[in-house]
Ligand binder design. Structure first.
Ligand code: ZN
Length: 185
């Protein structure tokens, strides 16, 4: 089991370093990505994780494939067990991500964080965002995110700059509300 670093650990406040592109497919980075996916997969309510959250100060984040599953999105409100049985899609890996084309349009959405248990709060973020990054094969990728996915892109890139959602959140409270469970990044 890969431990998830908790708030107060200085690694969460560091500016993470870029991964040299030539190293992306090397065993060391592969292992880090594998560990991130494993740590994320161990949390039934987790949707994304950044490398500093497993104690590695590198610019990598992983988004759980389950959020791209239409059943997951549509299934909001059904029981957790049903949702996670349907989670089949591969995790998406973002290395050296850069946020591009952030919409001026913003919205408050509930968020939690695997490293700030058990706090939840509302964060105002752009409703659309595009990320440029490298995938785990060292290939350049560009992904557009709307709604939850756009919030995740911003929450995760914040992690790589040492920022936690609690720095920006309103209405912090420490109990997960049922319809917020999918917002842990
Ligand atoms: Zn987080």
């Amino acid at each position: 089991m890969i431990p998830i670093v908790q708030n107060e650990d200085p690694v969460l406040r560091k500016i993470a370093k870029e991964v040299p592109v030539a190293s992306i497919t090397k065993p060391k980075i592969k292992k880090i990505i594998h560990d991130m996916s494993e740590a994320l997969g161990s949390q039934s309510d987790g949707v994304a994780i950044a490398a500093p959250q497993i104690g590695v100060s590198l610019r990598i984040f992983v988004i759980s494939g389950k959020i791209f599953d239409e059943d997951f999105i549509r299934g909001k409100g059904s029981t957790e067990g049903e949702l996670y049985k349907k989670a089949r899609q591969k995790d998406l890996v973002f290395i050296n991500p850069i946020l591009k084309k952030i919409s001026k349009d913003k919205k408050l959405l509930s968020e939690g964080c695997l490293s700030v248990r058990p706090i939840y709060g509302k964060v105002r973020r752009a409703t659309r965002a595009t990320v440029e990054a490298y995938d785990e094969n060292g290939k350049k990728i560009v992904k557009d995110g709307v709604g939850l996915l756009a919030h995740i892109f911003q929450h995760e890139t914040d992690h790589l700059d040492g920022i936690l959602f609690t720095d920006k959140a309103k209405d912090l409270h420490d109990a997960p509300i049922l319809d917020e469970f999918e917002d842990n990044n």
